[in-house]
Design a protein around this ligand. Structure first.
Ligand code: ATP
Ligand code: MN
Ligand code: MN
Length: 302
């Protein structure tokens, strides 16, 4: 087993076919996380993150100079890209070559190319037209408390469960929470997005003081945007276990519902403490994520 990155730069800067150049380059100056530190984090969490990043079109937030430098949100391949990162022709857009990884070498090649955030589509490359998850992204407006965000997550859960769907939650690693439902890939993008929009619109209609479902910034003060737009074709959301290019090297961490409390904020888990958390868990709260998948319900009345 590789020496943990978390302990410093003594590990060999090479895993499989991927060579890390400048392993000591600091990606998160405030947290002291290096390129090698990130590679070691991903090598450790590979079995957990694989279902969420392998075999899916990816958008990447690249930050070659680290989080304080210039960043690029990139949805297509680039010149000089590693062979471990694959390209996939999007059948509905001949100009588009989507970014895909298949294995840990692919993920490490992403680290080598300074991808500090990994944002997959909610679909696998096996069938690009049938999403395999719903992601409800809860975005707090100014002045919204963490307790209110937690309430919103429970409200989304209640509505998804009422539709007969399993519901999971993760921190975003930023400011909010992501409520995620594994779907059996059967409905198409339009149906899934319409379903997600229906939930967001219903919440905004039923509790207009708390929720909005449109992205108009001015309307969001003191409210939570129930962002359903993560569910369209080509839309992305940060992957479970992905790092974020934000202060403290946070990661998007899957949680158990009863972990939602003041003790764990949206950026509580980081590249530095995530592996300890995972090692200490008696049960992975997302253990049944894929096995509990359900098809999008029909006849939802929308
Ligand atoms: P937070 O909890 O802070 O909201 P988040 O990951 O949910 O964290 P959002 O701003 O709500 O962040 O979502 C932005 C989403 O839009 C991302 O998930 C990403 O996939 C997508 N996206 C599209 N363009 C960009 C871009 N230029 N930079 C960052 N994200 C982008
Ligand atoms: Mn968000
Ligand atoms: Mn959002």
């Amino acid at each position: 087993k590789r020496e943990s990155a978390l302990s410093g730069g003594t590990a060999k800067p090479e895993v499989g076919k991927v060579k890390l150049t400048h392993p000591d380059r600091i990606y998160w100056p405030d947290a002291g996380v290096t390129k090698e530190g990130l590679a070691d984090y991903y090598a450790e969490v590979w079995p957990k993150i694989a279902p969420f990043v392998a075999g899916r079109p990816l958008a990447l937030l690249r930050a070659p100079e680290g989080i304080d430098g210039q960043t690029f949100f990139q949805k297509h391949g680039w010149k000089g890209m590693s062979k471990e990162i694959k390209l996939l022709q999007d059948p509905s857009d001949p100009t588009d070559e989507l970014i895909v990884i298949e294995d840990l070498d692919g993920l490490l090649a992403l680290v080598q190319s300074a991808a500090l955030e990994i944002h997959p589509w909610g679909v696998t490359t096996k069938n690009l037209e049938k999403p395999d998850m719903i992601i409800m992204d809860l975005d707090p407006g100014e002045g919204v408390s963490w307790a209110q965000i937690i309430n919103a997550a429970y409200e989304v859960r209640r509505r998804l469960e009422a539709a007969g769907l399993p519901v999971f939650v993760k921190t975003s690693g930023g400011k909010g929470l992501h409520v995620v439902t594994p779907l059996k890939p059967s409905a198409g993008w339009e149906a899934v997005k319409a379903f997600a929009k229906g939930i967001a619109d219903d919440m905004a209609e039923d509790e207009p003081d708390r929720y909005v479902s449109t992205i108009t910034k001015s309307k969001r003060k003191g409210k939570i945007l129930v962002d359903y737009l993560r569910n369209g074709r080509g839309a992305t959301a940060v992957a479970a276990y992905s790092s974020r290019a934000r202060k403290g090297a946070p990661v998007s961490m899957p949680l158990d519902w009863d972990e939602l409390s003041g003790a764990i904020g949206p950026a509580y888990f980081t590249v530095l403490n995530a592996t300890q958390r995972l090692a200490a868990l008696a049960n992975d709260p997302w253990e049944t994520f894929r096995s509990s998948e359900k098809p999008l319900p029909k006849n939802t009345g929308r």
